[in-house]
Design a protein around this ligand. Structure first.
Ligand SMILES: Cc1cc2nc3c(=O)[nH]c(=O)nc-3n(C[C@H](O)[C@H](O)[C@H](O)COP(=O)(O)O)c2cc1C
Length: 291
């Protein structure tokens, strides 16, 4: 299974990835397009077995005319290609979608390409047409992909600078030990400190970082702390999925590929711990159970 076989360590790829919004003005060469097609057609395994298919929509060597109509509302400059994904409606469709599409993102990073998730700022109807979206499917987001514009390359040591410069919540705001009143330290997280740090570097819609992880003696439990009002109002008019549940799938992907790389074996399961109930409690999503 190709799913997480990268040529570089996953931790490097996660640190290198950023939302690339300016691309070089050139189409992806034929070889790259073939490689991308091979990668996305090999990705299918998800934590909860939702059925997902992806399609590469790329401009031809002659220009960007065959991407015409795939509007992105001007947020993304010169994208030469997109990966569109369709997921069959199911209980954990959004999480699985985030998980698998993020694996594709990390593979694109491995190929040296830039990517950007687009959850709201794309014309849904034209992408739906190109992927021949079925009634039982959803197309919640697409990924822009292309050669990173030179202006994104600062001089030396840009990877580490990039990872350090990210605006992310502090560790103690996101990760907990036994109860949501007790933050977990890097020391007590032990070997899982790295998978957790990779969760912290994950992309999320509007950078809301809704992931919360609670360790108990039964596993690492992933929760969604919803941003009040997010996905409602005007913005929801162009949103076709639950973006914050997609964020959770992305975080699960970062956690799992990193754990796998460190030899920390486990699997995803629905196994919520018993907790006291309080208002504003985060929503339970899934648990990583160590083997
Ligand atoms: C599900 C999802 C949807 C997103 N939608 C958009 C979008 O529509 N437009 C955009 O410019 N960025 C979008 N982003 C990118 C986020 O804004 C970005 O990941 C976040 O600000 C963190 O920055 P970084 O990816 O550079 O680390 C989206 C990210 C995710 C995960």
């Amino acid at each position: 299974m190709l799913s997480s076989r990268f040529s570089q360590p996953a931790t490097e790829l996660i640190q290198k990835r950023f939302s690339c919004r300016v691309y070089q003005r050139r189409s992806l060469d034929a070889q790259k397009q073939q490689r991308i097609t091979d990668i996305i057609s090999s990705l299918s395994a998800t934590p909860f077995n939702s059925h997902i298919r992806m399609k590469l929509l790329a401009s031809s060597e002659q220009g960007h005319h065959n991407l015409r109509g795939l509007g992105t509302y001007g947020f993304i400059k010169n994208p030469p290609a997109f990966i569109a994904g369709a997921v069959r409606k199911s209980v954990k469709d959004m999480e699985d979608f985030g998980y698998l599409m993020e694996l594709a993102v990390l593979h694109m990073t491995d190929l040296g390409l830039g990517t950007c998730w687009l959850g709201g700022s794309f014309t849904h109807s034209s992408f739906a047409k190109r992927i021949e979206l079925a009634d039982e499917e959803l197309l919640p987001a697409v990924i822009a992909v292309g050669y990173i514009s030179e202006e994104h390359y600062p001089p030396a040591d840009w990877v580490r600078q990039l990872a350090n410069a990210r605006s992310r919540h502090k560790w103690e705001y996101l990760f907990f030990d036994g109860s949501f009143t007790q933050p977990i330290s890097r020391e007590t997280a032990g070997r899982y400190a790295i998978p957790l740090e990779m969760v912290r570097l994950a992309p999320s819609a509007s950078n809301k970082q809704p992931w919360r992880v609670l360790r108990t003696d039964t596993g690492w439990h992933f929760y969604l702390q919803r941003t009040p009002g997010y996905g409602k109002g005007l913005a929801s008019l162009v949103v076709h999925g639950d973006l914050q549940r997609i964020d959770m799938g992305i975080a699960m992907c970062h956690f799992a590929v990193t754990a796998q790389e460190l030899g920390l074996t486990g699997h995803w399961q629905i196994n919520p711990p018993e907790l006291p109930v309080w208002t504003g409690q985060p929503e339970y999503i899934a648990s990583w159970v160590e083997e």
